[in-house]
Design a protein around this ligand. Structure first.
Ligand code: NCD
Length: 426
């Protein structure tokens, strides 16, 4: 079974860190031709890549210089997150990943795309059960983990909220984790306390995935953010190495930006501009780690200035529910990102991202809906990419990654070619 051409091409561009223009030039085809090879099979403009081009791409990859040791970061592995052979046992932190680990996961996510687009189906996880344990509010993370597991052929048992769980009766994390391990083959946990998901993992041999641990980390969100960002950059001709990234909003309690900043540290020469209201700054340990990596970090408390050369602006919601004495009175209107803010401060080819949910109530200081039809806004491509990325994570954890491609069959139902009005740029 040959690897789909889109997977081969995207993987090659990621490994060579090349834009579409540079890659088209390298393999001697027109950019437009490369674009048609990258489209989903069902697109009317899709074209098959000639075998000779596939062989040439393979040859280029074989000849590419091996990566210098400084392009990867040390792998977080205290014996809990990886097995003796180095395979992932639990997904607790982005610190588990080096650059090759990210590339392997994204290659697998690309393989999942036709299933995520409802063109293909697979049953590789038939009979497996996921326990989706959410002790904190969630919509997209909980549903997309569940949908990802179902699209691999598994089934999902959900529990939501503290009140209806035995933890409200004083049960320990250890006991809950051990009990659930007797029922399920994978466990996703979201919990309001930082470190609680690691405690879950310590009590079980069943794979545990961190779905957000209080103000700590949200590794799967950062992975899908990075996967999306790379696809956006590839389209607009930008590279991750040397990119200028702005993170804006509640950087103290926003766990998605904690994981994302750590993960972006895997790329060479990334520059960060961090913009947070007073008192809601990025934790110093994460800033210091970036500085040790050699990333330039600029800290600002006023949005606007310094964004003109930013390649990606990532906004986060103010996490009022986590405040411990901070005041939102001082919150500046300038933290609202709307069309006029972007026109006044950002480059015309900036990529705009947000993990969602955004506060869309009138007057809210968050990402405005007036940018929804703007092609620079990638928020719904981010949410869509939650499915293939989380499918890839489950496939790796349950060791079915090698089986997915050959198990695929055509879907029997007809899915809409677009899932939403703002849809998918490729
Ligand atoms: C975020 C979260 O829960 O950390 N949402 C998400 O999972 N996509 C961000 C937030 O709550 O603001």
């Amino acid at each position: 079974m040959t690897t789909p051409q889109q997977v081969v091409l995207r993987d090659a561009m990621r490994r060579l860190d090349m834009t579409r223009d540079a890659f088209a030039d390298r393999i001697g085809c027109r950019r437009r031709t490369l674009d048609t090879w990258l489209l989903p099979d069902e697109s009317s403009e899709f074209r098959a890549m000639p075998e000779i081009a596939r062989r040439f791409v393979q040859e280029i990859l074989e000849r590419a210089a091996p990566r210098s040791p400084d392009s990867t970061q040390s792998v977080y592995n205290d014996g809990l997150t990886a097995d003796a052979g180095g395979a992932m046992r639990h997904l607790l932190s982005v610190e588990q990943f080096d650059r090759e680990g990210v590339e392997a996961l994204f290659r697998l996510a690309d393989v999942m795309q036709p299933i995520a687009r409802r063109r293909k189906v697979t049953r590789v996880l038939e009979g497996a059960v996921l326990a989706n344990l959410f002790f904190e509010a969630s919509t997209r993370t909980r549903v997309s983990f569940g949908a990802a597991f179902c699209r691999l052929g598994g089934s999902v048992c959900d529990t939501t909220g503290f009140t209806f769980s035995s933890m409200a009766k004083g049960e320990s994390i250890h006991d809950t984790s051990r009990v659930i391990s007797g029922y399920a083959d994978a466990i996703v946990v979201r919990h309001p306390e930082q470190g609680a998901v690691t405690q879950f993992a310590r009590a079980t041999y069943v794979p545990v995935v961190n779905g957000g641990d209080g103000p700590g980390e949200h590794p799967t969100q950062a992975l899908l953010d990075l996967y999306t960002l790379q696809r956006e950059f590839s389209r607009v001709g930008k590279q991750l190495d040397g990119a200028h990234i702005a993170l804006m909003g509640d950087l103290k309690y926003g766990r998605t930006v904690h994981s994302l900043m750590k993960l972006l540290g895997l790329y060479k020469g990334v520059r960060f501009t961090l913009i947070a209201p007073p008192g809601l700054d990025m934790p110093s340990a994460i800033v210091e780690q970036a500085a040790r990596n050699g990333n330039a970090v600029e800290v600002r408390s006023v949005p606007g200035p310094g964004l003109a050369n930013v390649d990606m602006l990532y906004a986060t919601r103010i996490q009022k529910e986590r405040f411990t004495g901070e005041s939102i009175e001082s919150l500046d209107n300038r933290f609202r990102i709307d069309r006029s803010f972007v026109e006044a401060n950002c480059a015309p080819d900036v990529v705009l991202m947000h993990p969602l949910p955004r506060d869309s109530t009138p007057g809210a200081i968050d990402l405005s809906t007036d940018l929804d039809r703007d092609p620079r806004l990638a928020i719904f491509r981010q949410t869509d990419n939650g499915i293939p990325v989380r499918m890839a994570i489950f496939a790796q954890l349950l060791k079915v990654d090698q089986l997915v491609q050959k198990s695929m069959r055509d879907a029997t139902w007809t899915a809409p070619s677009q899932v939403g009005p703002e849809d998918t740029l490729e």
